[in-house]
Design a protein around this ligand. Structure first.
Ligand SMILES: Cc1cc2nc3c(=O)[nH]c(=O)nc-3n(C[C@H](O)[C@H](O)[C@H](O)COP(=O)(O)OP(=O)(O)OC[C@H]3O[C@@H](n4cnc5c(N)ncnc54)[C@H](O)[C@@H]3O)c2cc1C
Length: 454
């Protein structure tokens, strides 16, 4: 919808007719807010919706067709084959320009019982509504849900686990790796694990789920891990997502090594003229490792949609790639990352040092000072920042934005240590944790150089 509205800003309705097809019941909403609506922090589902189809028609002259699924692309005839679920019919819609923004789909491992009723992946608002309905109403013949198992301890799994705890449910998170939040290094993930357990969530790490046990009513009854059986009324999958590219791939549109559609910087598919792609369904480039990457984040989806829309509208814009910045909150614990983890840096062929510092978010004596841990990775010899991770309490996470900006500009940790960052006791210690971490990382770079010179 961002692409559609950007194109409309530049080309009026008599010049460009825009039709948006959505197979579900909602458009233009914040999927990022779903966990907060499930918990009740956000009171109404309507609060998550930015603009309705009626508003798109009235304000932008964009026709939105809900319940319309694109089931095939005939690129030679420039037509989309569409299934209208409400009317139960199929139709073809012609196009001059086509934007693919099909998003991502939650990973569903091939486990016995995974298709049982009561097993949910949460990607769209329709998915969120299905989970809310299962929580709000009694389960057929079983009373209200009491126990939830979340399979996968990534950020979506943990945000949902927190939401379930806030609703008074008994929650277990099953995670195959040794620590949750695989987007962090395991040492930083360990800090998250302790916070999750303090919330009253049972965290079972190093225990992959191996089956879903199904009751005689066809509903999930338990999750079996390699170690035990965990009773469950609901199971939510938080195993990550993959780009939704079946439609594109079936039509011969080029899909890259990450599974995302390959585009150029203007968001044009590289294989087909007049076909664009944006959002979770595409791959982009990581500016640090220079490798292709598929990152399912709303911040990129919005920017890419804007770029596609501007270009379709006759303007010029490009998407510059990503550095891998992300932030989340699990209760009062803030978690943020940018750039490469140790594993990524190894894979990209970098030699690096690491520095971890513990500090406070405000001057230590100031009321409300909270703990913060900052970890930096810097390239050996050059000292260039390669990655950063932050775990802490209120005021910790958004410090990642300074590090993301320095990473983007390929600054060294020595340069970062000298940055003119703001200071007053209610906001930071006199040496901000970012500066202390950069100084420590630079010490490590120098020590490494000295060790090699000896
Ligand atoms: C629980 C949750 C929390 C999140 N939190 C954050 C966050 O804090 N920060 C952040 O940056 N990102 C977050 N994200 C990710 C963010 O929501 C996505 O990256 C973003 O929505 C992607 O936008 P998109 O337009 O590419 O795809 P979507 O928003 O997924 O939209 C794709 C749409 O296409 C429809 N569709 C798919 N195939 C077809 C078809 N064949 N025909 C018709 N319609 C079709 C789908 O029904 C869907 O509505 C979160 C996601 C979830 C699920």
């Amino acid at each position: 919808m961002t692409a559609a509205s950007q194109a409309r800003r530049r080309r009026k309705a008599d010049d460009l007719q825009i039709v948006a097809l959505e197979r579900g019941r909602h458009i233009s909403y914040s999927a990022c807010g779903i966990p907060y609506w499930i918990s009740g922090v956000v009171p109404s589902v309507d609060d998550l919706v930015v603009r309705t189809p009626a508003e798109f028609r009235a304000d932008y002259d964009i026709e939105v067709r809900l319940g319309h699924e694109a089931v095939g692309l005939d690129l030679a005839r420039r037509e989309v084959l569409v299934r209208d679920h409400d009317e139960g019919r199929e139709l073809r819609i012609g196009f001059d320009q086509l934007v693919l923004a099909t998003g991502a789909v939650p990973l569903r491992p091939r486990l016995p019982g995974i298709a049982a009723a009561g097993v949910f992946g949460v990607q769209t608002l329709d998915d969120g509504e299905a989970v809310r309905a299962a929580l709000d109403g009694p389960l057929d013949g079983r009373g209200p849900a009491r126990r939830v198992v979340v399979v996968g301890g990534g950020y979506i799994g943990l945000e949902l686990a927190e939401a379930f705890v806030q609703r008074g449910l008994e929650v277990t998170v099953v995670e195959a790796a040794a620590a949750p939040m695989a987007s962090l290094d395991p040492d930083m993930g360990g800090l998250v694990a302790r916070a999750v357990e303090r919330l009253g969530i049972t965290l079972r790490c190093g225990e992959p789920a191996r089956a879903v046990e199904v009751g005689p009513d066809g509903r999930v009854r338990a999750v079996l891990t390699t170690e035990c059986e965990i009773p469950a009324d609901l199971v939510v999958l938080g195993l990550g997502v993959r780009p939704a590219t079946v439609l594109a791939a079936d039509a011969g549109i080029r899909v890259g090594v990450t599974g995302g559609i390959v585009t150029d910087a203007q968001m044009r598919t590289v294989s087909h003229e007049g076909v664009w792609a944006a959002g979770d369904c595409v791959e982009t480039v990581n500016r640090v490792s220079l490798a292709p990457t598929a990152v399912a984040l709303g911040t990129h989806a919005n920017k890419q949609g804007r770029v596609a829309g501007i270009n379709i509208g006759g303007g010029y814009a490009t998407f510059p790639g990503v550095v891998g910045t992300a932030v989340t909150k699990i209760c009062d614990l803030e978690v943020a990352r940018t750039g490469l983890r140790e594993r990524d840096a190894d894979e990209a062929g970098f030699r690096f040092v690491t520095a971890v510092v513990e500090s406070t978010t405000r001057a230590g004596y100031f009321p409300g000072a909270e703990p913060i841990t900052v970890k930096l990775l810097a390239e050996k010899r050059s000292g260039r920042l390669l990655g950063a991770q932050i775990v802490g309490r209120e005021g910790a996470a958004k410090r990642i934005d300074v590090l993301a900006a320095t990473l983007w500009n390929e600054m060294t940790v020595e340069e970062i240590a000298g940055l003119d960052l703001s200071y007053a006791p209610p906001f930071a210690p006199v040496w901000d944790p970012v500066l202390i971490a950069a100084r420590k990382a630079w010490d490590a770079v120098e020590a490494d150089v000295a060790a090699h010179e000896r």
